[in-house]
Design a protein around this ligand. Structure first.
Ligand code: URA
Length: 441
């Protein structure tokens, strides 16, 4: 087989065989096929697309490029959850303990943040002592003991995706549904769970800016699941404004704790109840979303979900006292309100810009090597549809870098649009895709 022929075949719009896909994925991962040939192929795929069969073959070739996590020592149906990423998305911190308290084993591998979106691992590391780098044996022991563990990637999972994604990033081939769907699903399949719940975000803070493209990505990922025998449900949810109010690592953990105490933001609470209900369906504990929500609401009200977070923190070496004493989190030196110049109703929030404001405050990474300030970030005071008075605070900046305060304030002010007319806030959930098809709400 020659790489030249594979590139030419895709350039001419033809379907690659499973063997051809395996050949280039293997060859690129082990270094026998050079960057310039894979760059050409990725661009041909970008322009000509891939059939459903090719997408499944690409996903599985990537899965087989590395280790597949063995979770068979954990009893019960393991349901993984993945969000396509957003600003202020602290869902895993609420959802993990919530569904674990309802008896679903949560063995979750999460990532670090890069650019304007945050990562669960960074957020957890703002809890003093919390160890996200435990080995696979301890990871499985923690899930068996307390029902939940959340760690950074262990083992050599999907090395092909790491190399291919890095190349896509510099060849303008990231934004392509077959490549995104196979990239995400390869990592989820290699992470070893029995079923997968996907939270596909859409809006100004998301990868998928429009709702139709988000549905298309969701459908592709559900179909990959069907092609490899995994039960997958995708929920399409709003990211046209940050989720909740807090953006930034320790600030988001505090908001997640508030949510588990029953005093969190409404959008975050509602989203977690819905996503959690679908996870209960995937784990075959309930038959309907309504039934799932009743159980999860009980777990919130009774304090069992909060207790599960406390057990998670303790089993991974963290200070569970943070739950009742937020002063134990890293604290920012400068806390500055940003005031509205006009009165009216909030008609738009550029979530990506809020994410960038948080990054400039110190909460995010510009490159993989950057260190982050766990205390930094932004807390919004106003969300879509809210009324704001002149000189009222739109948001509060938390930072240790005094010289950046004006820049951050400028980013926040230009993120908000304010009108004189009352504004209807967006739907939180646009629909669901599962093996039975697409349901738009
Ligand atoms: N997230 C991923 O993991 N892969 C992509 O290709 C895009 C977003």
């Amino acid at each position: 087989m020659r790489m030249y022929d594979i590139i030419a075949k895709k350039r001419d719009g033809m379907e690659l065989t499973g063997d051809e896909i395996e050949f280039w994925v293997k060859g690129y991962t082990n270094g026998t096929i050079p960057d310039y040939q894979i760059s050409a192929l990725l661009m041909a795929i970008f322009l000509k697309g891939m059939s459903k069969r090719e997408i499944v073959d690409l996903t599985m070739s990537m899965v087989e490029s590395g280790e597949i996590l063995d979770l068979s020592n954990i009893s019960g149906i393991k349901v993984d959850k993945h969000s396509t990423g957003g600003v202020g998305d602290k869902t895993t911190l609420v959802l993990g303990p919530l569904v674990a308290s309802a008896g679903v084993p949560v063995a979750k591998m999460s990532g670090r943040g890069l650019g304007h979106t945050g990562g669960t691992i960074d957020k957890l590391e703002s809890i003093p002592g919390f160890n996200t780098q435990i080995d696979q044996k301890k990871f499985i022991d923690c899930v068996n003991k307390v029902g939940i563990a959340i760690v950074g990637q262990t083992g050599n999972l999907v090395p092909a995706d790491k190399k291919i994604y890095a190349l896509r990033d510099v060849t303008a081939t990231v934004n392509n549904i077959p490549l995104i769907a196979s990239s995400i699903m390869s990592k989820k399949i290699a992470a070893g769970s029995d079923a997968i719940l996907l939270d596909v975000k859409t809006g100004s803070g998301a990868f998928m800016k429009d709702v139709d493209t988000a549905f298309e990505l969701a459908r592709e990922m559900v179909e990959i699941g069907m092609g490899v025998g995994k039960d997958v449900i995708a929920v399409i949810s709003d990211m046209d404004q940050p989720l909740g109010y807090a953006v930034g690592n320790s600030l988001e953990v505090m908001e997640a704790i508030d949510t588990l105490k029953g005093t969190g933001p409404q959008d975050l609470t509602d989203l977690c109840l819905t996503l959690g209900a679908y996870m209960l369906i995937l784990s075959k504990k309930v038959h309907s979303v309504e039934e799932g929500k009743v159980i999860l609401n009980e777990k919130l009200q009774s304090g069992e979900a909060l207790q599960k977070l406390s057990q998670l923190i303790e089993s991974q070496g963290g200070a569970k006292a943070v739950i009742n004493n937020y002063n134990l989190f890293p604290q920012a030196k400068y806390i500055v309100d940003v005031h509205s110049a006009t009165e009216g109703y909030i008609s738009h929030i550029d979530s990506e810009k809020i994410g960038i404001a948080s990054l400039v405050s110190g909460a995010g990474r510009v490159t993989k090597e950057s260190s982050i300030d766990l205390s930094a970030g932004i807390v919004l005071n106003k969300k879509l549809g809210d009324n704001v008075a002149k000189n009222e605070a739109l948001a509060t900046i938390y930072t240790n870098n005094e010289s950046k305060i004006n820049e951050i304030a400028g980013l926040i002010l230009t993120s908000y649009r304010i009108t004189g007319e009352p504004v209807q806030a967006n739907n939180l959930i646009y629909g669901v895709v599962d093996k039975n098809g697409m349901q738009k709400f």
